[in-house]
Design a protein. Sequence first.
Length: 255
Amino acid sequence: MLKGMYLSATAALNQAERFDILSNNLANTNTAGFKPQRPVFAEVLAKATGATFNERRLNALAGANLAAAGDVFTPGDIEYSERVYDLAIVDEGFFVVERDGRFYYTRAGNFRVGPDGYLVTSDGAAHVLLENGVPIVAGSSEFEVDSRGFVTLIDAQNNRQPLGYLWVMRPRQGDYSQMTRHGDNLWRAPAASMERVDDQKVMQGALEKSSVSAVHEMTSLISAMRAYEAAFRFVKIQDEALAQAVSDLARPLGA
């Protein structure tokens, strides 16, 4: 009975965490370049060898737990915005930005010009970098990015000032496992796990939309809610059964 109560309570907690992850995905349906997460459950199995009786007993009660929230790096659809500082990477790769002396990666290309004239992320907290690691000074000049990601500034006299290529990186061999979220649509990864994208394709005046499917997330949310309610009902039923069993045991014989 206690085992059933434990498993039901664990299931309810797992579904509550799943609900939180899916709710966050849904809240970012309109966030440029956002990548959703998927709950990953792992069955906790008893050790095959070398386990004591108590270890096997505890493992038998473990059931399934939320092991991680896996990130889904599927590219989002590209939508034309016609805003000159909006940039979208076609296919794979991340823009490299710098915040507080550290490099981050992002797919969110909804950039803007900050008060100091630098090209920055939408919240103004990180500078967008060229491939030589230098922040882009857009100023009041006309800003132009070609399909290869080469940045050029054009002044009022139509003089062209080439700045260089945007710094675009991607995980080596398509292995995204070492990329970690750091909020504000930014990612980090060990430098050795990333490589420069030399054949990048960039679109100006366009944005990569969120990879979240609102329909899928809503369906999954409803599923998580129903699973939570079912698990909680089982906890309540087993709690009442346990209370009745205790009451029966405490009753004098023949009463």
